[in-house]
Write a protein that binds this ligand. Structure first.
Ligand code: ARG
Ligand code: GLU
Length: 693
């Protein structure tokens, strides 16, 4: 049976929501009332080129957009970071100095990087549930869905080169949509500002307003002669997009309409109070604690050695990012009283549900969360501790490469690892996180191997680390590189291999199945609970939780009051960069060239009342994955590039608060200023269509 869900909107709640582009006609009146001047067909159409054709999923978790008829693409600096770092060394430090391809020949290929255009999306609920009968078990239902979805996908991808498709559940399995993408794999690096601009403010300013980060990088998509996806080849030519963004360089004002078009990764707006309590009271605190230790250790080594700074820059940013977000999220949940509000909602829901098919769902969910908690805690703890030991992960990867028998694959795995490895960091982190593991994870929820090995070292994690890091062959580069596949494959008893294997086997047998089983029961009940919430609140507007599928969020440019007596303006300018500038602080040390330009006061075409705008905030509902998303004005033109949210609003993945939730975008005029006056790459600007009115 298929439930008819009304996706038609009631009254819009502030600017909350991440809407499906193919259903945007249901929102278009509200968008137009708020200032949007185009039609639903301009946003998403399968009959004509529309804005969706200028938006891509960049890599596996960012968004990018086309900005020239010759395949030029812009995304965040932090989204291209791994690529920029891959091309960097102490001699060519593109992270530190920036990179600008002055000719097409200088554009750098990036094996493994792909971009995906959404060809179309379609509601396939009926097809996916074809053959479903209510007597089926959940396993039978899942199997049916997989078979039906597999068939749909197979058919969809037959239609052309480079197509890939996926069927995704929305509203907790009440709806299914198929997304068909065309994926391009020849994507070359064209430009990146120095990190002192692209990462200005670093992790100090990350997730914060006021912000002055020039967080962008530029790539170009290449295609074969027929404009189809093709693996990297010198013969490939720049991709010709169906649609690219025109750039509005005329400036934006507070109150102006904006919309963000991109791929938010994951939100959980409809889960019950117990799920939120676990996140804010249990999971976030211990994860933050473990990461604080690792970050402190990394920082110590990075501060004293430039080579280590390059090696660990990307890893460090990855660890730091969620670490800081979780802290803001916890605070936001506490401030909003989300747990208590959800509890109050649940009690109203239960009253209403009495005697309906939804009777009993909330208590059942509640008890499932109780069953889940100790298992989930131990699993997540493992993920943030034992599983973060770099040497152990590497040993497992190298062993499996060796077992595959390809010497070239094995050598590539080794080279990639050692290029960015600093053993003293890894070892100190091992000691820190495994000591915490010993103290925090109950004996029944950790492998016997852990306790018996620890006993061998008299209970000392330090002694264990000394032994492991000095006897593992994987820790000895020269010794390992001297081995061929057979030699490496024989290292099955190496202590790093054993550590990884014992942990993952025990976790795989004792925690994962329990977590998976309870989670699947929760998912099943959430399906009913979601539908129940929709019936209970017929006038509320529901949007599906984010799941890395293309969405539209709209709002307007607006400041906010983070605390009593303080109001934040929605714009930042180049003057703020000068205020923060400090050659002695790594995160705030801008290039000398930048200082000279500001001293001269000559900002070329990019000045605005004697300043250059840098970033702005707005009320668009965004999430991780929206990095690099186009921020679009009422006429469909690019005014900015989304790259962050404000700290006080990071709980928007769980509860959106119109007073505090703001997305942070880079003002496109600052991007142009940097390309032109810092990069001297005005040939790129010439490719773009810039409108100043
Ligand atoms: N906070 C932004 C996001 O979630 C920017 C991340 C850049 N990374 C960093 N560690 N500064 O992705
Ligand atoms: N920086 C985030 C990203 O990489 C976007 C910020 C957010 O989570 O809203 O996707």
């Amino acid at each position: 049976m298929i439930f008819a869900l009304s996706l038609i909107s009631g009254t819009a709640v502030a600017d909350e929501g991440m809407w499906l582009p193919s259903l945007i006609s249901e929102r278009i009146e509200d968008m137009q009332a708020k200032g949007f001047e185009l039609s639903a067909e301009d946003i998403y159409s399968i009959n004509q080129a529309s804005l969706k054709d200028a938006v891509v999923l960049f890599g596996r978790g960012c968004t990018g957009e086309l900005i020239s008829p010759e395949g030029l693409l812009i995304t965040n600096h932090h989204c291209g970071y791994a690529q920029i770092q891959q091309h960097s060394s102490v001699e060519h430090d593109y992270l530190r100095d920036g990179f600008w391809a002055m000719t097409r020949d200088e554009e750098l290929p990036n094996p493994g990087l792909t971009v995906s255009f959404l060809e179309y999306m379609e509601d396939v609920t009926e097809q996916v549930l074809d053959g479903y009968e209510s007597v089926m078990t959940e396993e039978e239902r899942t199997e049916l869905i997989e078979t039906n979805a597999g068939r749909l996908i197979e058919k969809a991808v037959e239609a052309g080169d480079g197509l890939r498709a996926s069927v995704e559940s929305l509203f907790y399995g009440n709806r299914y949509y198929m997304f068909v993408y065309r994926e391009y794999s020849d994507v070359r690096l064209v430009g990146a500002p120095p990190s002192s601009i692209g990462k200005f403010g670093g992790d100090t300013d990350n997730w914060m307003w006021p912000r002055h980060t020039g967080d962008f990088s530029i790539f170009r998509i290449y295609a074969d002669k027929d404009n189809n996806p093709a693996p990297y080849s010198e013969d490939n030519v720049p991709y010709r997009p169906k649609r690219y963004f025109h750039i509005a360089a005329g400036g934006v004002e507070e109150g102006e309409f904006t919309f963000v078009y991109g791929f938010p990764g994951s939100t959980r707006e409809y889960i019950m109070s117990e799920g939120v309590r676990y996140i804010s009271d249990i999971a976030n605190p211990f994860k933050i604690n473990l990461r604080t230790m690792r970050l402190d250790i990394q920082k110590k080594y990075m501060d004293s050695d430039q080579a280590v700074r390059i090696q660990y820059s990307s890893k460090n940013a990855g660890v730091s990012n969620a670490w800081k977000k979780w802290q803001g999220e916890m605070k936001g949940i506490v401030r909003l009283g989300t747990v208590a509000r959800k509890q109050a909602f649940e009690s109203r829901f239960m009253d209403w549900a009495e005697g309906t098919e939804y009777d009993g769902i909330v208590p059942a969910l509640d008890s499932l969360y109780g069953v889940l908690e100790p298992y989930n805690y131990a699993l997540e703890y493992y993920n943030e501790s034992a599983r973060t030991v770099e040497l152990v992960q590497f040993a497992a990867r190298a062993l499996s490469a060796a077992e595959s028998g390809s010497d070239s694959v094995l050598k590539a795995v080794e080279a990639a690892f050692y290029k960015d490895y600093c053993l003293p960091i890894d070892k100190e982190c091992f000691v820190a996180v495994m000591n915490a593991y010993k103290d925090d994870v109950p004996v029944d929820f950790r492998p016997e191997y852990f306790d018996s090995t620890l006993a061998v070292y008299g209970g000392s994690v330090e002694k264990w680390a000394d032994d492991l890091f000095s006897t593992s062959v994987f820790a000895d580069r020269a010794a390992l590189e001297a081995l061929d596949c057979a030699g490496v494959a024989a290292l099955k008893d190496d202590p790093a291999v054993v550590f990884g294997r014992e942990f993952s086997a025990w976790i795989g047998e004792n925690l994962r199945p329990a977590v998976a089983r309870v989670n699947s029961e929760i998912t099943l009940l959430n399906r009913d609970y979601m539908r129940g919430q929709m019936e209970f609140q017929p006038d509320r507007t529901f949007y599906p939780d984010a799941n890395l599928t293309l969405r539209v969020a709209y709002g307007h440019i607006k400041g906010y009051a983070p605390s009593d007596g303080v109001y934040y303006l929605p714009f930042s300018t180049i003057e703020g960069i000068m205020e923060k500038d400090n050659p002695d602080i790594f995160d705030y040390n801008i290039p000398q060239r930048f200082r000279d330009i500001v001293a001269s006061g000559d900002y070329g075409r990019w000045g605005h009342d004697g300043k250059v705008p840098v970033c702005f905030i707005a009320t668009n509902h965004t999430s991780g994955g929206n990095s690099g998303s186009p921020v679009i004005d009422s006429r469909g033109r690019l005014i900015g590039i989304n790259f962050d949210r404000v700290w006080e609003g990071t709980m928007s993945d769980i509860e959106f608060d119109p007073d505090f939730c703001r997305n942070i975008s880079l003002d496109i005029r600052y991007v142009l200023f940097v390309i032109d006056m810092i990069g001297d790459a005005d040939h790129l600007i010439e490719e773009m269509t810039i409108e100043t009115e």
